[in-house]
Design a protein around this ligand. Structure first.
Ligand code: PMP
Length: 395
C-alpha cells in the first residue's frame, strides 16, 4: 500500500476530503513534497510556524535540550531551566498583573485551564463566549465557542454558558455578578478575521471589571507578533485577567499556556491540591523551542516589520473578485463573498503551489497568515500566484 492509502486506512480522518499532500521537508516559507515540488506556506500551518519552517534557532534549541534531558517528571514538580526561563521571558513582555504562567500542550488545553481557573477564583459558574468564536475541540472549549454546526451532535455540553454577539454592545449587559468569565478572541479568527469595533473590547473590559467577571483573551491566533505587536491586547489599551497562548508559541512544537496573576494561579494549589495537572505540559524540549522562538522575535525586527508587510499584501492583492481584504498585520483574509468562489480559488491556489485554507465559520474567505519571516520578494511571488489562481477560476 502507498503512504496515502495507509494514511486513509489507519490514520483517523477528520473529513472526507483531506488535502493529501505528501510532504518531505520544509524550510523558511517553503514546504517540499515527495516529488520535490515547492509550496509556499501562506498560513503557517494555521498560525503556527511564526518563524517559518525549521528555523535554525528553534532546531538548535530542540536538539540541544533533547540531548540533555526530555521528560523527567509530571508538570509542577521539578525545576526545568528552559521552562523557568521561558516563563520569565514571557512575563517580562506582559503587564505586572500577568506574572504566572501555566504551561500546557495545546490551545484547547490552555482554554480548559483558563476556564477552570476563572471558575475556581471567582467561585461562580456562568461562562460567556461569543458567536462564531473558536476555542478548541475539547468539551469545555467547545461549550464556550459559538457555532451550532460543530456543536449540535456533541450535546450535552457544559451548562451555564451564554453566547453573545461580537461587536454588539447591548449584549454585554448580560455579563453579571453571576459570571465567572468572558472568553473572547480580540480579533475573531475562525469567524473570517473580524476586527473588534472601536471601543468594543474596552467596553467589555469595563463591564467585566464592574461585575467582577474574569476577562479571558484567547490570543492563540493573534499572539506572538501576528498582528504587529507581541500580543493583540496591547493595541486596545486594556489588560485581560487571563491570557491564553499556543500555536506560534512553539514555532512548530506543541506548547500552550495560560497566564494570570500569581494570586489567581495559586488557587490550583489548594482545596483541592493539584487543581489542574498535566503530564507533558511544560515539557523541557517544548519550552526550549518556545524560548528560542521568543528570543528570536525579541532579537529581530520581525514584529516591527509586520505593518509594512501587511501594506504590501494589501497593495498587491487587488482583483474585482476580491470583495474585501480584511484583518490586521499578517492575519489577513481575502473575502470572495460566496462559498463557491472562495473554495474554487483556494483549490486553485493549492494547484499553483500556495498552501492556504478557509475558516471554520467563513468558507468564502481565503486565509493569509504567513510566517512572519516572509520577505518582500516572497510576498510578491505569493501574491502573483494567488492572483493567477483567481484568474484561473474566473474563466
Ligand atoms: N483558539 C483559537 C482562537 C484557535 O484558532 C484555536 C485553533 N485553531 C484554538 C483555540 C485551539 O487550539 P488547538 O487546536 O491547539 O487546541
Amino acid at each position: 500500500m502507498t503512504q496515502r492509502q495507509l494514511f486513509l486506512q489507519h490514520v483517523a480522518q477528520t473529513s472526507d476530503a483531506p488535502l493529501m499532500l505528501e510532504m518531505n521537508r520544509a524550510e523558511g516559507i517553503y514546504i517540499y513534497d515527495v516529488e520535490g515540488r515547492a509550496y509556499i506556506d501562506l498560513i503557517s500551518g494555521i498560525n503556527v510556524s511564526i518563524l517559518g519552517h525549521c528555523h535554525p534557532n528553534v532546531v538548535k534549541a530542540i536538539q540541544e535540550q533533547a540531548a540533555k534531558y526530555m521528560h523527567l517528571m509530571v508538570y509542577g514538580e521539578f525545576v526545568y531551566t528552559p521552562q523557568v526561563q521561558l516563563a520569565k521571558l514571557l512575563i517580562n513582555q506582559l503587564p505586572e498583573s500577568l506574572d504566572s504562567v501555566y504551561f500546557v500542550n495545546s490551545g484547547t488545553e490552555a482554554i480548559e485551564g483558563a476556564l477552570k481557573l476563572a471558575k475556581r477564583y471567582t467561585g461562580r459558574t456562568e461562562m460567556i463566549g461569543f458567536k462564531n468564536a473558536y476555542h478548541g475541540s475539547t468539551h469545555g472549549a467547545m461549550s464556550v465557542m459559538g457555532g451550532e454546526f460543530f456543536l449540535r451532535n456533541y450535546r450535552p455540553l457544559l451548562p451555564d454558558v451564554r453566547h453573545l454577539t461580537f461587536n454588539c454592545w447591548e449584549g454585554l449587559e448580560q455579563i453579571s455578578e453571576r459570571t465567572a468569565c468572558v472568553l473572547v478572541e480580540p480579533i475573531q479568527g475562525e469567524a473570517g478575521i473580524l476586527l473588534p469595533k472601536d471601543g468594543f473590547l474596552q467596553y467589555l473590559r469595563n463591564r467585566c471589571t464592574e461585575v467582577g467577571a474574569m476577562l479571558i483573551f484567547d490570543e492563540i491566533q493573534t499572539g506572538y507578533g501576528r498582528t504587529g505587536t507581541m500580543f493583540a491586547f496591547e493595541q486596545y489599551q486594556i489588560v485581560p485577567d487571563i491570557l491564553v497562548l499556543a500555536k506560534g508559541m512553539g514555532g512548530g512544537i506543541p506548547i500552550g499556556a495560560f497566564v494570570a496573576s500569581k494570586e489567581m494561579m495559586d488557587c490550583f494549589t489548594n482545596r483541592p491540591v493539584l487543581g489542574h495537572i498535566t503530564t507533558f505540559g511544560g515539557n523541557p524540549v517544548c519550552c526550549a523551542a518556545g524560548l528560542a522562538v521568543l528570543q528570536t522575535l525579541l532579537n529581530t525586527n520581525l514584529i516591527q516589520q509586520v505593518p509594512e508587510k501587511e501594506r504590501l499584501f494589501r497593495e498587491l492583492l487587488v482583483h474585482p473578485a476580491i470583495k474585501e481584504v480584511r484583518g490586521k498585520g499578517l492575519m489577513l483574509t481575502l473575502d470572495f463573498g460566496d462559498t463557491e468562489t472562495g473554495q474554487a480559488v483556494i483549490s486553485a491556489c493549492i494547484k499553483q503551489g500556495i498552501i492556504t485554507d478557509w475558516f471554520l465559520f467563513a468558507d468564502e474567505c481565503l486565509r493569509i497568515t504567513p510566517p512572519l519571516i516572509i520577505e518582500e520578494a516572497e510576498i510578491r511571488e505569493a501574491c502573483s500566484l494567488v492572483l493567477e489562481a483567481i484568474e484561473s477560476v474566473m474563466i
